[in-house]
Ligand binder design. Structure first.
Ligand SMILES: Cc1ncc(COP(=O)(O)O)c(C=O)c1O
Length: 394
């Protein structure tokens, strides 16, 4: 296991077990944030070139992170950004259908729902993120299915999908496979170009420990080149600050740098990009494989120590499917909310999602944090749910 607590500024009296919601910024990110503040306090320090160079340096670390050339990285501000690019840019045919698992996170469903006017429908599969497998997917895909969108790791069940096997089915059935990787990248290694996926969208503020409003996507070039959308942003033009372009000489769009065509506006957003970039660089130095092994050791300890007579493990226990998202429920599920509140009072922050308790440790947590959480769960369970501070006040 890693020993990285001191690399973060987490308060000593609390144990943050909710990375699936927000990953804390490490100290290296805080240092870059301070540098970004200086740029704004003393604007003479902001060079013209930085508006194009800073996004490129972020793309470079993201490209290394997911195994693609930096020119193929699209900068966004969320998971939704990349998914909307696809929804808005694919040339849909009336009657096309998008398939999603039953309990898919809303961010992977909403972009396709807005295509109703174009005759595109969303079909919810019979299977959930916990049960979908290649055979089920093969049965679910119909003659109208154009695209399958799912989370690599589910926010609700913590299950990791076998993207190789599901993607192979999609390839065989000529269905586009779009992956929401927000709950996976940062604790799972990825070589995107080698996987049978057509696009990946991911936020930066969970397992990548970046500021809120960060994200990126990768779209396989064959698909990207067919997209009709694009942002036509002036800072995405070649030499934007030279203002060489003159409207009377032809459409400005010809001066757009192709690899920046899909980026979010203000891609040099100093306050978010600098801390995120340096954080990812630091994570790469630690090694995503080492982080994955650390997180899995924590999960292994958690699952082994859980009192299964009182708690039901909802997330998978087997190493092939589990993730650092451990979801459980008291056998009397109506007690989960009170247990969640009681754990927070004891200094253990987890999430209450879809009525279940969700624990998501990451690289800053230790085995002692897990042991402490297990002990607190036992105490919270034993504590009467109507303890003084649980009662609604006037
Ligand atoms: C699977 C999944 N996708 C997306 C998000 C967030 O979406 P966005 O980055 O668009 O805000 C979350 C969590 O908030 C999530 O768990």
């Amino acid at each position: 296991v890693l020993d990285l607590r001191d690399a973060f500024a987490l308060p000593p009296e609390r144990v943050w077990l909710n990375c699936a919601h927000q990953g804390p910024l490490p100290r290296v990110g805080k240092k870059a944030l301070d540098e970004a503040a200086v740029l704004k306090l003393e604007p003479h320090r902001i060079s013209d070139a930085s508006f194009t160079e800073i996004p490129l340096t972020l793309k470079a670390v993201l490209g290394t992170l997911v195994g693609v050339p930096r020119e193929e990285i699209v900068l966004g501000n969320s998971t939704s950004y990349g998914l909307h690019l696809l929804a808005n840019g694919i040339r849909w045919r009336s009657g096309d259908e998008v398939l999603v698992p039953q309990d898919e996170f809303p961010a992977s469903v909403l972009p396709w729902e807005s295509l109703r006017d174009q005759g595109v429908s969303v079909r919810v599969a019979g299977a959930t993120t916990a049960t979908i497998d290649p055979d089920t997917l093969d049965r679910e895909i119909g003659s109208r299915t154009r695209l399958f969108c799912a989370s690599w790791v589910s926010s609700f069940t913590g299950r990791t999908l076998d993207i190789g096997a599901l993607g192979a089915v999609c390839r065989q059935r000529k269905v586009l496979f779009v992956l929401n990787a927000s709950q996976a990248i940062g604790h799972r290694s990825l070589n995107a170009a080698a996987e049978p996926v057509d696009a990946i969208s991911c936020c930066g503020f969970k397992w990548l420990c970046g500021p809120y409003a960060t994200g990126f996507c990768w779209i396989r070039p064959e698909l990207r080149d067919q997209l009709t959308s694009g942002n036509r942003y002036w800072l995405a033009m070649r030499s934007p600050m030279a203002f060489e372009f003159a409207p009377e000489r032809g459409p400005a769009v010809h001066a757009i740098e192709e690899s920046s065509r899909f980026d979010v506006f203000c891609p040099a957003s100093f306050f978010t990009v600098l801390p995120w970039r340096d954080t990812i660089q630091w994570l790469l130095e630690i090694g995503i494989g080492n982080i994955a092994a650390h997180d899995d050791a924590l999960v292994s300890r958690f699952i082994a120590g859980l009192d299964r007579s009182r708690f039901r493990l909802i997330s998978p226990a087997n190493p092939g499917e589990r993730s650092p998202i451990v979801v459980l429920s008291h056998r009397d599920a109506s007690r989960n909310a009170a247990i969640h509140a009681d754990l927070a009072k004891r200094g253990f922050d987890c999430a209450l999602r879809a009525g279940n308790l969700r624990f998501s440790p990451h690289l800053y947590n230790s085995l002692a944090d897990i042991d402490g959480a297990l002990e607190a769960i036992v105490m919270s369970h034993a504590a009467p749910s109507t303890s003084r501070s649980d009662r609604a006040g006037p």
